[in-house]
Design a protein around this ligand. Structure first.
Ligand code: M6R
Length: 609
């Protein structure tokens, strides 16, 4: 949802800002722009479309100067156009500003400013902030920012530069992420640490209602009242190689192929090799009341919501706790019955999803404890929660979530077993069996990756199909939803996911001979039921692609195509059956010549509600 970056130092700012924007492009790519101070003038260049369009412009007219800001946009207010692209400016063009978030009261502020004679040139909410700063400025950019912040409602991460103070960037945060990077003779600001990593590892994550003034050799952080705060400096543990493609053509395929090693690493971290005990040092069990909790409510969005659905099956089956799952944007507005006796679990890869963050605040407001299941350490949801369980997927850069999903499933399986053990709801033999099955997952995932020729064949055959249906039951019902989401968000093919049992209550009306139906049928309790559903579909001439257990010869008699996954305990089967679905969406998208890492209209972290 927009990426912002700023540099102030002794080097030319443009290349540093452009490199930062390249790292942040996953946050939005409707337009991009930079502004750099050169003497007493500010030079801005903005282009519609992906960063490469701006890069091409800059080859002809790269602004020179050592203080600058940049932005990559995911449009909220106003279509993607040069006029709506950031940086935005005031009437005098002496203040240039970039913004990530939404200013909710922009219309009323705009009316007041129009009344005072300010002239607006864009349709954005952001532009009001540039004019507010102009109105408040009386020789101190930080003071003007603080005065403006007191007027603003909504979410923002802001960075502003001004020709009045050529060696200064002022940044501010409320609800949208912002990190300051400290170097020798330079300072940086960015939406996330990946954009500063090639220059420094020393960072400070700004908190809400804080602002910072950065100069080459100086940084000052203050609260809304203007009181100076001590910076809490952290070292980034990320490596540059973690955020590069590492020889793969796209981030998505790199991330799909990382899944076996990521599962291995998490298992090694979580399960004691000596005792097979699962370790969760960070869950603060007593404080969260894990042993006695009466109800769990899971809130999340998108792919994380599908992981939450699997989590419900895990927690209920293993730990015997009643679990409700809700889409975060619904949870917040439906007056949910949660209280001190409910544990709310928030699941999010980025830890920045605005609806999930709002859900966490809502849960706290109702007296619940919040455990978050997060990939990005230090993110807003991480900091807002009572305890966080990290999924350790590493940086996920492709907009479509893949490895974070399997990391979430794995963490939920481990956590459910851990809870089951604590609550005495699992037999020792079952626990031991599950640990053994978990340890077999990395090799089985690798087998799927090494043997996915049928997936490629199906991708070639069905790339031009206008519709797909995905069906699953029990543990694999959420994967049917996830498979459909992957396909539609990447290839723009209409795809629906459905519980196989629900199919005959409506969706089956869609099916004809042009309709590929992906059926998730690993061996397990619902196998026979799935076979009956397949027969019902075949009677309507649907084309069936089955994802089934290796060694099952019978299934081929009922389907046009069979994609095999190794045998595993059915509870863990979603960790395997999802991989062919990820690969299918990837290959179909590549066949269609589309941008697999940056699909249209999407952004990696959805930091607006
Ligand atoms: O960062 P989060 O896990 O909170 O993000 C949730 C969704 O925005 C995300 O999963 C989205 O649905 C992806 N595009 C799915 O691939």
């Amino acid at each position: 949802m927009c990426g912002i970056v700023g540099y102030v130092g002794r080097e030319q700012a443009t290349p540093i800002i452009m490199e930062g924007l390249r790292r942040l492009e996953y946050r939005g790519y409707d337009s991009a722009g930079i502004a750099v101070i050169n003497g007493s003038a500010v030079h801005a260049v903005r282009e519609v479309g992906k960063l490469k369009a701006l890069r091409a412009r800059l080859e002809k007219e790269a602004p020179r100067g050592t203080t600058g800001i940049g932005h990559t946009r995911w449009a909220t207010h106003g279509v993607p156009s040069v006029a709506n692209a950031h940086p935005h400016h005031d009437c005098t063009r002496s203040f240039m500003l970039v913004h990530n978030g939404i200013i909710e009261n922009y219309a009323e502020i705009k009316d007041e400013l129009l009344h005072k004679g300010h002239v607006f040139v864009s349709e954005t909410d952001t532009e009001v902030v540039a004019h507010l700063i102009e109105a408040f400025y009386s020789g101190d950019l930080l003071e003007a920012m603080l005065s403006s912040m007191r007027q603003l409602r909504g979410a923002y991460a802001l960075a502003v530069i001004s020709s009045h103070e050529p060696d200064t960037i002022v940044a501010a945060r409320c609800g949208s992420p912002l990190v300051l990077g400290f170097g020798d003779d330079f300072n940086l600001v960015a939406s996330d640490a990946s954009a500063v990593l090639s220059h420094t590892r020393r960072v400070v994550y700004l908190d809400d209602h804080q602002a910072a003034r950065l100069r080459p050799n100086e940084s000052a952080i203050s609260d809304l009242g203007g009181n100076r705060l001590e910076p809490k400096i952290k070292e980034i543990s990320l490596n540059l190689s973690d955020i590069e493609k590492g020889g793969h053509p796209h981030f998505m395929i790199k991330e799909i192929f990382e899944q076996p090693s990521l599962v291995s690493d998490v298992l090694a971290r979580r399960i004691s090799p000596a005792t097979d005990e699962i370790r969760f040092s960070e869950t603060r069990d007593a404080e969260l009341g894990l042993e006695t909790v009466k109800k769990i409510m899971i809130v999340s969005c998108g792919t994380a919501y599908h992981a939450s659905m699997v989590g419900k099956y895990y927690l209920e089956n293993l730990a015997r706790v009643p679990v409700e799952v809700d889409i975060a944007s619904e949870f917040r507005y439906r007056n949910p019955v949660v209280n001190e006796e409910t544990l709310v679990i928030a699941i999010s890869q980025s830890g920045e999803t605005a609806d999930t963050l709002a859900g966490v605040k809502e849960a706290h407001g109702r007296g619940s404890r919040v455990l978050s299941v997060i990939n990005v350490e230090g993110s807003s949801i991480d900091r807002e929660s009572d305890a966080t369980l990290y999924v350790y997927a590493g940086p996920e850069i492709a907009v479509a979530s893949t490895k974070a999903y399997t990391a979430q499933l794995l963490s939920l399986a481990l956590f459910s077993l851990y809870l089951a053990r604590k609550r005495g709801t699992i037999e020792p033999e079952t626990y031991d069996e599950m640990i053994g099955e978990l340890r077999s997952i990395p090799a089985k995932m690798q087998w799927i990756l090494d043997n996915h020729e049928t997936v490629r064949t199906c991708a070639r055959k069905f790339s031009n199909a206008p519709n797909f249906l995905y069906l699953g039951r029990s543990y694999n019902y959420p994967n049917a939803l996830e498979g459909a989401l992957k396909l539609k968000e990447l290839s723009y093919i209409h795809a629906e996911g459905c519980s196989a049992g629900e199919m005959k209550h409506g969706p089956i009306a869609l099916v004809d001979s042009t309709f590929p139906v992906i059926c998730l049928v690993p061996d397990g309790k619902v196998y026979e039921k799935m076979l009956s559903n397949i027969q019902e579909l075949r009677a309507r001439r649907a084309v069936i692609i089955a994802v089934a257990t290796e060694g099952n010869e019978d299934i081929a008699r009922h389907c046009e195509h069979v994609i095999h996954v190794p045998r595993v305990h059915e509870l863990l089967s979603p960790l395997l059956t999802v991989i062919p679905l990820q690969l299918l969406a990837y290959h179909i998208t590549i066949n269609k010549g589309l941008d697999v890492d940056q699909p249209r209209n999407l952004a990696k972290s959805v930091t607006v509600e």
